[in-house]
Design a protein around this ligand. Sequence first.
Ligand code: XIL
Length: 376
Amino acid sequence: MKLTNLLRQLLFLILTLIFSLGFHSCESKTSKDTSSKELVSLKEAYKDYFPIGVAVSPFSLKDSIERALILEQFSSMTPENVMKSGPIHPEIDRYNWRAADEIANFARDNGLKLRGHALIWHQQYPEWFFKDQQGNQITKDTLYARMRSHIHTVVKRYKDVIYAWDVVNEAVADSTHMVYRESSPFYQIAGEEYLVKAFEFAKEADPDAKLYYNDYNAVRPEKAKRIHQLLENLIQSGAPIDGVGIQGHWSIYEPSETALRNALDLYSSLDLEIQITELDISIFPWEKHQRPLKEGENKGFTPELEQKQIAQYQMIFEVFRDYKDALTGVTFWNISDRYSWLDHYPVEGRKNYPLLFDTELQPKKVYHKIVNFNQE
Ligand code: XIL
């Protein structure tokens, strides 16, 4: 009886040993397989081309998985909202630094590059910015004093960590017959000169920062022409501008390769740096105006849409690589399909799948194509 028990125990021990050895060798085989298939991260794959960035919120930095993904994949960040004038400067004599500081500190602690976004914009500004105490529109001089004070305070606070700023955002009109967005309160008070002033104030505050003009639909031929005109005007007025930001809110339907190459050629001819500042590839056609969800629109990420998105991402990254001498950065707008601003804009509640990581934060097929571009 005693002997049988002993034998049983021995048999159990031997089996456990065999099983655990087998399991371990299988595990190490799997991780080996993965590492040989999955070459590197985005930032590693593109280290000889341009830094790869991502738009973040302080919220995403609190999620340990998102934080790890940012550190693993990206070499640069852009605050998605918290450095815009509305959130950061809610009252004339009060700044709200907390959220912006969290992002800046994360960048400082982890050695990430940081792009500032956005100093002067006709959206997400605080109500007080254009009004006096009686609620009347301020004069041009007061506007410049406020712009100067705002720009100096924000830019100086993050001077050690922000290497580039979107100084003016989206100043070109939507209607094709004019260059400037004349409905912007900045334009209404000061005319086109406000752009030059914004760049001058930013330069005073941080002479070392790269100063950008940033816009959307910037590779559509018609708008590219007007953005080019605005940039030429800025340069001629002596504005200290270093670069142009092409937002890159694109879709599986646009841009075409020709339009993209032509726009990059056009902007390069001005001798400005170029960055892709807000890249995402929507599965829906671009629309400007917000509207309600239509029935049947939430059709999910079908294999057909996925194929189109892969082809579009592959095409644009091939072009980006060709233009690596002109491009000084490519930044994705949000981290993964778990959350994208395109889930809310232009249609609230219409789920989009515009990024390289899926809703579980796992790399999508398209990620592998973009990273392993040498193996095509
Ligand atoms: C978007 C943010 O992603 C949203 O969270 C916010 O509600 C609206 O603004 N062009 C820009 C960005 O320059 O600042 C915008 O970001 C997207 C379009």
